[in-house]
Design a protein around this ligand. Structure first.
Ligand SMILES: *Cc1c(COP(=O)(O)O)cnc(C)c1O
Length: 427
């Protein structure tokens, strides 16, 4: 299975595009080798520029929950293209997707659509700051909320210390408003609330973290966050960009029975086109321009092609039995891999959230970022490379989720487990 053509394109790409890619994790830096350049995809298969086929468990990092090129989505998109690709004026499609969204997320009374998850979280934070008239925000180490300046900040030496930028180019003056706490540790959240020299406008948390690998909230953690936010007058923002429509029809808030003030969406809601959204309580959302003073806008926001992909995807996800099928496939695959690892004497811990999971090469369960970081990433790299050689396209990092879709067949799961069987031998 040669990848000469991908290697060739990559050599050209690195001269033209920083690192040869338009989003860092695609570069395979964490696992070595060059990325595969993709030429097409269909169902659960993805094909590289050399014509190799792989079973795809990235699914564009979540959006392709139906599989690639679902015929109903594709035909709706083709019709939509013929009506024009962008108007810069409102369409009924936006109202339809808003209706679907609010119905799936009862905590949201209004929603605004944008073009990415980053835009959604960035705008939600601006709104929370405006609404509470406070500057501080609290996030969790290991949770990713897109690349807006305020969110690219990691913890200092202790939970209650000021944030330091995670990237050059983020002003220290801005980073000092971002506080970090430890996921699954309510004490660290309370410490920030009690010690913050500026008031905390909001706590932002992933619905079910998938960006340090999948980590599940401990019993009572999400409820505790809701309670602390209410007590200290801060807004709770659930970032469900990844978990929305992936854990269930709705989000982690439905599963954990949490009523956040604001919710961020992305990924699945766009069905493979650029859509993000943020929404929540009416009195907060009505502060957004043009109904209120908080500025937020987008030339391509609510784009008709993107809205069409979202609407068709959500319609199909509402079919009875959809998520049961996804859970079954996901559990079969995840349990299968864990069983093989156990038999081969490779210590792993797995975490499943709906239709995504992570196999941590770790001796102990992973409950937060320090735990995740302790995983054997060299072994993960070997696992990834061997699986890829066997035709299985997994996320190229220990700290990402595997995404299972409706198009993954029983036969493909069996094939994947056969590849795992070969992979774990002498891993
Ligand atoms: C992917 C992701 C984002 C960022 O979305 P983009 O569309 O990549 O900007 C934000 N939050 C979470 C939880 C995500 O998984």
């Amino acid at each position: 299975m040669g990848t000469k053509r991908s290697a060739q394109i990559f050599r050209k790409a690195v001269k033209l595009i920083p690192g040869g890619v338009n989003s860092p994790v695609r570069a395979f830096k964490a696992v070595g080798g060059h990325p595969l350049f993709i030429s097409k995809a269909r169902g659960s298969k993805i094909y590289d520029a050399d014509g190799n086929a792989y079973i795809d468990y990235i699914g564009s990092w979540g959006p392709m929950i139906l599989g690639h090129c679902h015929p109903l989505v594709t035909s709706a998109l083709k019709k939509a293209v013929d009506r024009g690709t962008s108007y810069g004026a409102p369409t009924e499609l936006e109202v339809t997707l808003a209706e679907h969204t609010l119905k799936a997320f009862p905590s949201m009374e209004m929603v605004r659509f944008v073009s990415s998850g980053t835009e959604a979280t960035m705008s939600a934070i601006r709104l929370a700051r405006a609404y509470t008239k406070r500057d501080g925000i609290l996030k969790f180490e290991g949770c990713y909320h897109g690349h807006a300046d305020s969110l690219l900040v990691k913890a200092g030496s202790g939970a209650a210390t000021l944030g330091v930028p995670d990237s050059p180019g983020v002003p220290a003056d801005l980073a000092k408003h971002t506080f970090n706490a430890t996921y699954n540790d309510l004490g660290s959240v309370r410490a920030v609330f009690e010690a913050a020299p500026v008031g905390i406008a909001c706590v932002i948390v992933e619905g079910a973290p998938g960006n340090m690998g999948v980590v599940l909230p401990k019993d009572g953690f999400m409820e505790g966050l809701r309670r602390l936010c209410t007590k200290y007058g801060a807004l709770l923002i659930m970032d469900e960009v990844m978990s929305g429509f992936r854990l269930c029809y709705g989000g982690a808030q439905k599963i954990y029975n949490i009523d956040p003030d604001l919710t961020c969406l992305g990924k699945v809601i766009g069905g493979g086109l650029p859509v993000g959204g943020f929404g929540g309580k009416r009195k907060i959302m009505e502060m957004l321009s043009p109904s209120g003073p908080v500025y937020q806008a987008g030339t391509l926001s609510g784009n008709p092609i993107a809205m069409t992909a979202g609407i068709e995807t959500l319609k199909l996800l509402q079919k009875k039995g959809t998520y049961e099928k996804l859970y079954k496939t996901t559990n079969t695959l995840c349990d299968g891999i864990a069983e093989i690892a156990g038999r081969r004497g490779v210590p792993v811990h797995t975490a499943v959230a709906g239709s995504m999971f992570t196999v941590f090469f770790s001796e102990k369960p992973v409950t937060n970022w320090p735990d995740a970081r302790g995983s054997d990433t060299a072994r993960f790299g070997r696992y990834f490379t061997r699986m890829l050689k066997n035709g299985i396209y997994l996320p190229p990092s220990q700290f990402e989720a595997v995404f299972v879709g409706l198009s993954h067949t029983k036969e493909e799961i069996t094939k994947t487990l056969e590849a795992a069987e070969k992979t774990f031998k002498g891993l």
